[in-house]
Design a protein around this ligand. Sequence first.
Ligand code: FES
Ligand SMILES: [Fe+2]
Length: 367
Amino acid sequence: MSQAIFNNPKVVARGWYFVCPSVDLLAGHVQSFDLCGQRIAVFRGEDGQVRALDAYCPHMGTDLGIGDVVGNHVRCFFHYWAFDGAGQCQDIPCQAQIPTGARLPSYATAEQYGCIWIYPDEVAPVGVAEFDELKGHDDVIVRRDRPLTRHCHHHICMMNGIDVQHLQTVHRLPVDLELSLQRRAEEGLIDFTLTGDLPQNSWQARLGRWLLGPTYTYTMRYAYGCLGLLTLMKGVRLIPPLHMLYAYRPLPSGETWVQPIYVTRCRPGLWGWVVSQLLLLLTQLSYYALRNADGQIYDNIHFDPKTLLPIDQPLVEYMRYINQLEPSRWSRHDVDAMDVDAMDVDAMDVTNIANSISPCSTNTPAS
Ligand code: FES
Ligand SMILES: [Fe+2]
């Protein structure tokens, strides 16, 4: 049986979680954040490198976030114990000897897309997920939108991009899409690529088809169950692929905090800058066109699927993918994390779907 990670508020999967914009943490500064039920002190040493530790000092529990950065150490405000990036106490002003218990758990950090990310372990086996089209382009332009909260677990609202039925019912987009799946387990990724013919049911649709070409493709890449990388406008004329990320963070209330981030390649010259800005704007408008209707769903859902249809097979594959992730040390251990009211995909009534598809790297029609 799969581990019940999907929709389980007690499990935090191993993966990269958004902390803050890079510009919000200058060299020589420390700040504490509530991340996935943890209090984490994040500090940037004078060498510019970001480090992260459990926030509460092992002496008497003062939050290191109110302390100072000295060189590349963070120093507690209360009695001046100083910790390095590995969490080891390196200095206690009142005595030379450092007790063995004077250390804190530390976490891997990364800076990508103009943001700081944290991994709930000392070492991360993979970097923050990338878009295929932007690989090798260090110079990307990033625009962050206002974060929002959804009243459901993040695994639920993450599925929106691959819920094919709702494109027609909620968004009224008359497109028939074909699904192609690719799983990259070692990187914690799964790609859902959906391709279809552009509609011709109105003059606007026909104009769009004349401009962009007959087919349309988008890819939803999920990474570690907490990051969604959406690529729109693949394989069309005139417009290069548009990219946006959804960075999800579970909240103690069971809700989800979402940070939308638009990304495009940096293009040379003034005209290149204008084009990049226009593409970011187009990405943002595409997102805005769907956001409010989607919000209505995910602020009013008690996800409990009893009967799924063949068209829902991307959702089933997504749930399987989530349940194959690894729980992190941030998962709650106060109760048996697996013995909760969480989603067990294998127990759901999706037998005909499960039998009709192989778990990954398959091409299957979604409708
Ligand atoms: S509480 Fe941190 S040094 Fe005493
Ligand atoms: Fe949607």
